[in-house]
Design a protein around this ligand. Structure first.
Ligand code: ADP
Ligand code: MG
Length: 255
């Protein structure tokens, strides 16, 4: 007897992110050229590549901060199309951390963490505050809850930004060079938070040139150049035996 397909199992097996044939232009310049990119649930993917290769544009398309011209993007089973509803649904599931921390300067750390859960998730205030304090604890910033972003160091602000994204209980976290605006001595404290998230099984796409991070937590490394995914592989294979000449040239520069 053939049993009915189990939809829960099917949903769990489907990728959380599916980009198929995605292209994008700025004016007459094509910056993404037929990107096919899939991320499985629980997978940790590092995206690297030279400046201007389209890394930010690609991950910004995943939550519609940028809109593709061609191709299809499905996030957690919802297609990013022209309906605002779908875009809102997708954004709720996708947490994003930027190079510039993008905290609200006029709100305290705690308020920064509570605003989206209150306004978008309609979470009751006590629950939003409890969640916020829990994540501040997680990123070891709890004692700064009532400060304003400008009173914190860059590393602390970036940890607040990560905690803020986590308060929305995202299904996937996107990081766009989260440590590249930081003073060198603050890079590790942010990477430590990212490593612990990865170890706990958070699905992550990280644009970063921190190759130590890639080696220790990535399931897959993707290399982009000139709007295309040129090469991808397991970290040890990617670093020790890159197949493409452009990958080798890039790795030589950054390592
Ligand atoms: P990366 O993140 O790999 O450095 P980006 O995705 O930021 O690359 O940029 C890809 C290309 O698109 C670059 O040539 C960049 O100059 C161009 N670009 C990025 N954002 C814009 C924009 N808002 N308007 C016009 N061109 C842009
Ligand atoms: Mg970028």
């Amino acid at each position: 007897m053939i049993s009915k397909p189990d939809l829960t199992v099917a949903a769990a097996a489907s990728p959380i992110i599916e980009m198929t044939g995605v292209s994008k232009w700025y004016e007459s310049t094509q910056v993404l050229k037929g990107i096919n990119f899939r991320v499985a649930r629980g997978e940790r993917v590092v995206v690297c590549g030279p400046s201007g290769s389209g890394k930010s544009t690609m991950i910004r398309c995943i939550n519609r901060l940028e809109e593709q011209r061609d191709g299809k993007i499905i996030v957690n089973g919802v297609e990013l199309d022209h309906t605002t509803k779908n875009v809102d649904v997708v954004r709720r599931d996708v947490g994003m951390v930027f190079q510039q921390f993008n905290l609200f300067p006029h709100l305290t750390v705690l308020q920064n963490l509570m605003i989206a859960p209150l306004k978008i998730r309609k979470m009751p205030k006590p629950e939003a505050e409890a969640t916020a304090r829990q994540y501040l604890e997680r990123v070891r910033i709890a004692e700064h809850a009532d400060k304003y972003p400008s009173q914190l160091s860059g590393g602390q602000q970036q940890r607040v930004a990560i905690a803020r994204a986590l308060c929305m209980k995202p299904k996937v976290m996107l990081f766009d060079e989260p440590t590249s605006a930081l003073d060198p001595e603050m890079v590790q404290e942010v990477l430590d938070v990212m490593v612990s998230l990865a170890r706990e099984g958070m699905t992550m796409v990280c644009v970063t040139h921190e190759m130590g991070f890639a080696r220790s937590v990535a399931d897959r490394v993707v290399f982009m150049d000139a709007g295309m995914i040129v090469e991808e592989g397991l970290p040890h294979q990617f670093f020790s035996d890159p197949k493409h000449e452009r990958t080798r040239a890039f790795l030589k520069q950054i390592m």
